[in-house]
Design a protein around this ligand. Sequence first.
Ligand SMILES: Cc1cc2nc3c(=O)[nH]c(=O)nc-3n(C[C@H](O)[C@H](O)[C@H](O)COP(=O)(O)OP(=O)(O)OC[C@H]3O[C@@H](n4cnc5c(N)ncnc54)[C@H](O)[C@@H]3O)c2cc1C
Length: 304
Amino acid sequence: MKMYDTLVLGAGPCGIRSAIVLKEAGLDIAVIEGYTPGGKINIAPRVDNYPGFTKIPGPDLAMEFFNWLNKANVEMIPDIITSLTKDNDIFTVTCENGSYQAKTVIIATGTKERELGLPNEKELFGKGVSYCAVCDGHFFKDQDILIIGGGNTALKEAIYMADIAHHVYLIHRRNEFRGNNYLVDELKALPNTTILTPYVPVSILGEDKVTGAVIENRETGEQKTLHVQGVFPLVGQIPNSQFIKIDGVTNEWGNIPVDPKTKQTSVEGLYAGGDILPRDIRQIYLSEVDGKMACKAILEYLKK
Ligand SMILES: Cc1cc2nc3c(=O)[nH]c(=O)nc-3n(C[C@H](O)[C@H](O)[C@H](O)COP(=O)(O)OP(=O)(O)OC[C@H]3O[C@@H](n4cnc5c(N)ncnc54)[C@H](O)[C@@H]3O)c2cc1C
């Protein structure tokens, strides 16, 4: 089995930045990516605050990142990671189609959208329930849809969907939003949107496809039915860390605590960065900074 200096897990902003820095430093490395290079930016309707771009559609920025990775001649392994173990100072990364070994590893696999946990949410996934407006939005052209959540992701996806759908409802369990005020104002100014607070979803209606959703006012207990054909739960993320089979790396929520300076985890030679860390703000540049800091530490570690 081939032994790398470093394996980078995930080709989002953290993984791509890390891979380029390590490759330029002359290390023997590869990036393993199971889905779409560029990571979460691929599903961002637009990126508002990446230096150099005032506003850019997420998929376009993801393509810039991917081109940058290709130009650096970084080896890409397109595969889904199923386990990460460590034996005698060597890490083994097992994927669906092969296994690889490395002296050091950077975990940059980010997060995925949290499910609401409603009874028929799973059954109606792909039949009106979606976690990504950029991926599935066009299926809801001129239809009525419901977005659930109060963060920037929910607000941005609601603004994006207002351009496509007939009407967009957004419900949030609190009266105050976690997301930025300017996005709330932008959404409120759109003619075909309705914001309802403090509401929570009670059930998603439909058998073969979504036909509506029942929501409940948390203050009054009043329930109402929204006749929508699409439901987008955007209520937070869970870390993509289930494949880690080394004790003590993740915390109780599955995030990976790291040393703030080196980004090393509780295990020597194992580093992590980006959205998978326990943090309140998740941004592209933060993910890249994590990657850069981990690379510096890896170069020092490998010298030893
Ligand atoms: C709608 C939306 C809007 C956003 N807007 C902005 C914005 O305006 N500005 C901003 O700075 N940030 C924005 N963000 C946040 C930004 O996209 C993330 O902070 C950033 O992408 C995190 O980078 P990352 O490298 O940590 O993880 P990710 O980008 O999530 O990349 C992780 C990669 O790992 C891969 N992966 C995961 N598990 C496995 C596995 N088992 N096997 C193989 N590969 C795996 C994934 O496919 C993915 O490519 C937005 C996010 C969303 C969802």
